[in-house]
Write a protein that binds this ligand. Structure first.
Ligand code: 3HC
Length: 403
């Protein structure tokens, strides 16, 4: 099915950015919210993105206006009678998502695809609440959505192959990379990223290093921004929420660091309100230092880059052994979704493990497991690979094959 017209429901930052991406590809898009202020903010986000392109000489003011004209901001469902796909980007509450889908079902054609930009919630559960489970799918964009190349495509249990194919083609027409991921909590990228962000926060709250040092070391390693800068961009409340959800689904290895709660309680939500791990504009990070000083310290806690990277690698191995995605797709998704590199090359966590040597990664995880417990319990497949001598690049094979 060719998609001629799209709609985005929810005009928050993500909804606005998604509508910008669609309009940029030349398709008309309806942007709907229930709140005029949110709608205005969404349109402002879109205009700012286009304006930045104009300022950089990447498009003319006339082109910007013709792209803006493709977007129809609205508070009603009046223009939904001919949309081919709706992407919902409403708050991450299952009951809100289900209500939106029920409302949509009343106003769109039977053939319309329902895509959810949820970062973690079950697509199958959303689908089950509709009369068209075969046409419900996850379409998970990454922050900032107008820049990051990846869109995770998550079929639910009943999503049809036609829907998957249509959405992959639509994603590619937006000049994005579509990676199909089997449904699991956090899908692929958040599932792998959260243990890394969580561990950074454990190291910080235990007094092993400060945020600036940890950020610097991780950018030296090859991340485009350090974990605390990234969490400030994502929102500390979002990290806390995703962390709690993953903990409830995966158990002890995902237990969120307590410091998230301290920050959220203190109203430090990240860049969006000018204060998170760092201060922005008139805000400083002094209150964070005070909160940290009052936090009980762990005397033997040490910060190393490996302490943050190994849990991400280990989770990648767990996702691989559960067949959530193939090894090349896991690496590609992490490269396109987080910008990760290693020694100057674009490499995902499994390829990085191959470079480091799977025996070294396993030994490192075992030591960290002795010291910090469940967050580092090595994946079964990693142990099997080491036992079989598939040690990575040095052995000619690990998670990938090498000539
Ligand atoms: N917030 C919003 N937009 C930002 C930003 C921020 N903090 N930082 C940069 N940008 C935008 C800029 O405005 C610019 O947009 P433009 O092209 O329209 O002017 C664009 O990003 C490129 O910025 P720069 O030229 O400054 O490029 P950088 O080289 O500094 O790259 C980056 C910026 C692309 C954000 C890069 O640092 C990066 O890749 N960071 C990692 C981001 C990441 O990991 N995202 C995934 C998070 S997980 C997620 O989103 C899932 C969700 O469910 C929680």
């Amino acid at each position: 099915m060719y998609i001629f017209k799209a709609a985005v429901v929810g005009a928050g930052t993500m909804g606005g950015e998604i509508a910008q991406v669609i309009s940029f590809s030349g398709l008309p898009v309806v942007l709907k919210d229930v709140d005029q202020k949110m709608l205005d903010k969404g349109m402002e986000t879109i205009r700012e993105i286009y304006q930045s392109r104009v300022d950089k000489g990447k498009m003319s003011a006339g082109e910007m206006e013709s792209k803006m004209a493709l977007i129809e901001p609205t508070l009603s469902y009046d223009s939904f009678s001919d949309v081919d796909i709706v992407i919902e980007a409403v708050p991450e509450k299952m009951n809100i998502k289900k209500r939106v889908l029920a409302d949509l079902e009343e106003v769109v054609p039977e053939t319309t695809i329902f895509a959810s930009n949820t970062s973690a919630l079950s697509i199958s559960e959303m689908a089950a609440a509709t009369k068209r489970p075969g046409k419900v799918i996850g379409m998970h964009f990454f922050n900032p959505a107008h820049v990051m190349k990846l869109v995770e495509i998550i079929p639910g249990l009943e999503t049809t192959q036609d829907t998957i194919d249509d959405v992959v083609m639509f994603t590619e027409s937006l000049r994005k990379l579509a990676v199909v991921v089997q449904e699991c909590p956090g899908f692929l990228v958040n599932r792998l990223l959260m243990p890394y962000l969580n561990e950074a926060t454990y190291a910080l709250q235990e007094g092993a290093a400060d945020a600036t040092e940890i950020d610097e070391k991780l950018t030296e390693f090859g991340m485009p921004m350090g974990p605390f800068t990234l969490m400030d961009m994502l929102g500390i409340d979002v990290c806390q929420y995703v962390g709690e959800y993953l903990y409830s689904e995966y158990g002890p290895r995902m237990e969120p660091a307590k410091f998230f709660y301290e920050l959220v309680k203190a109203g430090r939500l990240g860049e969006k309100n000018g204060k998170g791990f760092y201060g922005y504009g008139d805000e400083s990070d002094e209150p964070v230092k005070e909160l940290l000083a009052a936090f009980p310290k762990a005397g033997n806690s040490k910060f190393t880059v490996e302490r943050l990277v190994y849990p991400m690698i280990n989770e990648a191995v767990l996702a691989l052994q559960e067949h959530i995605a193939t090894a090349p797709d896991i690496d590609m998704a992490m490269i396109a979704g987080t910008g990760i590199t290693y020694q100057g090359e674009r490499k995902g966590p499994l390829a990085i493990a191959d470079e480091m040597g799977l025996d070294c990664v396993l030994e490192g995880l075992e030591e960290l497991f002795q010291q910090y417990g469940e967050r580092f319990r090595p994946a079964r497949l990693l142990k099997t690979k080491v036992r079989a001598g598939h040690l990575g690049v040095k052995a000619g094979r690990g998670f990938h094959e090498y000539a």
